[in-house]
Structures are given as structure tokens and as C-alpha cells.
Ligand binder design. Sequence first.
Ligand code: CO
Length: 172
Amino acid sequence: MWSENEMAALTICLSDDPILRKKAKPVREFGPLLKRLTEDMAETMHRAPGIGLAAPQVGDSRRVIVADIGEGVIPLVNPKILAQEGSAWDTEGCLSFPNLYGEVERAEKVTVKAQDESGKWKRIEAEGLLARVFQHEIDHLDGILFIDKAVNLREILPEQIEAAQQEAARSL
Ligand code: CO
């Protein structure tokens, strides 16, 4: 039985879905419904499995992302990169392009400001993988996809998708 408090996995929009190219709108209403969205997004990300997810990927064109690199879920509302430093290349995938992988250059460190589900502003400094996830997801909010930036973009076979996701843990 479905209960109101239970989290629900949402459907992930794939490749040529036009919502992935739309610029997402700022969130202006905070509270329980927004919290419900971030919880459902976290559930969807974990089940996929992935380490980041942006709201447009689940059909909601608002500026909301979630990330979890194994240290707990970080929901960010209206995130903005204030500063960035250094650069690093690494392999990325995307839950909206489950059969594609490629190398993407990102800043090594970022300072992000964002609101929580109740509207309170916070500032987060991230480096390495978490900084990469934030940059990939914030790009999603502007309709920018990793395939726009990746080099050596390659398609893997359907039967290799699960193994690639487990191994690389780079599906964002
Ligand atoms: Co993605």
C-alpha cells in the first residue's frame, strides 16, 4: 500500500526529452511540498543508482538538485557557483543518458551558495567528486548536458550499463 509518508521513485527523463534543454526556474515556494520533491529525487537517484540528480531530469523544471557521493544526501535549492578553482578531468555519465560515458573537465574546487527546503541560505565548499557532481547538476538547471562538454564520448552496450554504473559510480 502506498502511504503519504513513503518516498516514491520518479521517472527519469531521457536523452531527447526537451525538458533537459530548458532553463529551470528559480524556486520561490518553500516548505513540505519542496521537501517531498527532494526526498523523491534522492530515492530516484539512489535506486538508479546515481550520485546526483537535477529536478529537470524528473520532469520538474525548477532549480533543485540532490547529490550523494556516499556521505549523505545534499539537497540544494537555487544553487549558484560563487567561486571555482583549479581543473580536473574525470569520467562522467548521466542518468538521462544511461549508455554514454565520457571525460569532462571541471573545476577542482567550487564554492556554492544555495537554499535548503525551508528557504534558508547556506554556503558549501566542495572539491573533487562532490564539486564535479555540483557542477554537472547545476549545468542541468541551465539546460547544459555533459555530452556538450565530454571528450571521448562513447556508447556502451545495454548489458554493460549496470556494470559501468557500479564500477564508475559516475552517473549524475
Ligand atoms: Co546528468
